[in-house]
Design a protein around this ligand. Sequence first.
Ligand SMILES: [Zn+2]
Length: 453
Amino acid sequence: MQSKMYFYGGAGSVTGSNFMLDTGGRKILVDCGLFQGEHALDESNWEPFKFDPKEVSVLINTHAHIDHIGRIPKLVRDGYTGKIISTEATKALAEPMLYDALELNRHEAQKHGKEPLYDEKDIEKALSQWEGIPYHEEHDLGDGITFQFYNSGHILGSAMAKFSRDGRSIVFTGDLGGGNSPLLPLAEEPQGVQYLVMESVYGDKKREDDTNRRERLEDIIEDTIARKGTLLIPAFSTERTQDLLFEIRTLMLEKKVPSVPVYLDSPLADKITEAYMRYPTYFNEDIEKRIEGGEHVFDFPELHFVRDVEESKNIYKKGEPRIILAGSGMSNGGRVIGHEQVILSDEQSTLLIVGYQAAGSLGRKLAEGMKKVTIHAETVQVRAKVATMYGYSAHMDGEQLLEFVNKMDDTLEEVFVVMGEPASAGFLVQRIRDYLGTKAISPEVGAVATIEL
Ligand SMILES: [Zn+2]
């Protein structure tokens, strides 16, 4: 049998994940994410879908990051009435993520003189079509296709989607975790796979040695406290915030760092953290046991949840030093920008960048060492220390991605490298060809491929 693969988004770029597997009798959509770049909401999100949403048979969603779910309510608004299937934890996380994205959506739409992509009703409708299922459970999608989720170790509930027909399979990796989370189990390695559609965010990067990452975090905290400054950490509300809360909590409980106030200035992260606590079985064994034993692994006496913007401004009236975690993780929106406006010009303070920064984002400029940046039309001189630390990265690095492919190589026939900037995807493609001798390409957005499935 033959199927067709359509690369509608997340090809030639990291964000906007959106693929279709057309098996002849079924049009299976995998992910429907937002495009993000210089702005948290790129203009291209307003373009109509390149397929008819009414003709989609089912939508399979790999995980709750907004670049994988952010256009789902638009899909529903444009006529999609079928099922949306993800893991149970992904469904729980998607709800606060989508409502939060709506705020941003309204703001950006106004700025561009456009209508918002969707409204509350579209989110409600999407959630009513949404079904959460556990990992490994096999589902019949019709047309001879079965499907199941495997753990991808990237964020809570994140999954790879494997589709099979007549003993042949294709796996969409979604995003792959590199085993850096203190909370999550390792990514699984599905076997008997002929085709792989895989991410490549860090396809051309080698992660720093992270064996001492908790000690490095400890050093950065101690250094900032000694200078009586603010440690500001832009953090994605999902996974990175929980990883960091867990680590800072551990350091403070073990008295490895002085007790100073820690502010979580992200109402979304607050809700996501609550949702995390409801799905203990999705964590690694140690954390699962601790949560089931009644331990709140993200809460500690120094932690303050900042509810509104007023409270956010009051943080600075209370005397230093302090630690602030705020979104967005790439400094292209959210409350972190207000804090950057305050602390970047302060030489006692530290900005700690812990995750991927999209090209064009303020976070990327700061990570690359820019000394003068513009925030809310105001020029800010960067005098604060800017530290980067990718030891908590939620993605596999180039070596791990290659090893991941290597472990499936016996049966693999072709690898489609996606969800990476062109240099990164291209580098990984070359290495898969050179080291493993396996056919690999990085399709452009809009590309179509024929596969034997
Ligand atoms: Zn992700």
